[in-house]
Design a protein. Structure first.
Length: 86
């Protein structure tokens, strides 16, 4: 291995989460800040948390309903067209 090309290793690096949890580990970065960790992640805690700050879920549901309505209208139109041919 080449000498003097590797970053310095910090055995006492600190990771700080937005929830306030602090983890000590070894890393090439002395201090890191993360938004979510195992202490506050819904998968690990078992708590469901829906983050819908801009109404994206409602907008998606409206769009899905509109699409389903269009599909059913097309099916009805095709069925009427086929019945007229017979």
């Amino acid at each position: 291995m080449k000498r003097d090309i590797h970053p310095p290793y910090y055995p006492d690096a600190k990771i700080t989460c937005a929830c306030g949890n602090a983890i000590k580990t070894g890393s090439t970065v002395k201090e890191m800040k993360v938004e979510i960790c195992a202490a506050c992640h819904p998968f690990y805690t078992g708590k469901k948390k829906l983050m819908d700050s801009t109404g994206r879920v409602d907008r998606f549901k409206k769009m899905a309903a509109k699409s389903a309505a269009k599909k059913s209208a097309v099916k009805i139109k095709k069925a009427n067209k086929n019945s007229k041919k017979k």
